[in-house]
Design a protein around this ligand. Structure first.
Ligand code: FMN
Length: 176
């Protein structure tokens, strides 16, 4: 069990994509620990020591979330603020995440054509993910890429099934 998938969805019961992703990963408990932040901390009081121990116990860390306002849902930002502490995650003695791999799994409402220079957003999703990528580097982890689903609002169930299979493969490859 060396991959930790941290799911940050504010309302997983009404989710289509992140719920299916989570449920698919939950069938691979031998290699994946699925950890859902919103059900764990419904009142927003994060147990920092517990979260740090969970991170220490895994080699690969995946942050899974829906893109909200070109960023992450707020509890994930709070998690980074509170859990990635000086002396633990960074600073001369803060090496807890050094050498671990960090990946992202992000569902995106709009279609890929929106996320181009010519599209209405004008930024690529990778550009929008740069704070997470830079944070991974800052804590001396290896950023190893992302799994994405575009068009979450209009996706067919076949497309979602295919994307979910690709996500499970993406997670399995982290172990290799
Ligand atoms: C508050 C909020 C903000 C959102 N912001 C964006 C956005 O910036 N860009 C985008 O493409 N989709 C945006 N969406 C759409 C979500 O990304 C989409 O609904 C989600 O990825 C679908 O995943 P789910 O089925 O797991 O909820 C937003 C949705 C909500 C509720």
């Amino acid at each position: 069990m060396s991959t930790l998938v941290i799911v940050a969805h504010p309302d997983i019961t009404s989710s289509t994509v992140n719920k299916q992703w989570r449920d698919a990963l939950s069938k691979h408990e031998d290699i994946v620990t699925v950890h859902e932040l919103y059900p764990e901390y419904p009142h927003g009081k994060i147990d920092v020591e517990k979260e740090q121990k969970l991170l220490e116990a895994h080699d690969h860390i995946v942050f899974q979330y829906p893109l909200y306002w070109y960023s992450s849902p707020p509890l994930l930002k709070q998690y980074l603020d509170e859990v990635f502490t000086y002396g633990w995650a960074y600073g001369s003695e803060g090496n807890a995440l050094k050498g671990k791999s960090i990946a992202l799994a992000v569902s995106i409402g709009a279609l890929p054509e929106s996320y181009t220079l010519e599209g209405n957003v004008k930024y690529t999703v990778d550009e929008l993910l740069s704070p997470m990528i830079a944070t991974s580097r800052f804590v001396k982890a290896n950023y190893v890429g992302s799994h994405k689903l575009y068009g979450a609002l209009t996706i067919t169930s076949n497309q979602l099934t295919n994307n979910t299979e690709a996500y499970v493969e993406f997670i399995k490859q982290l172990e290799q």
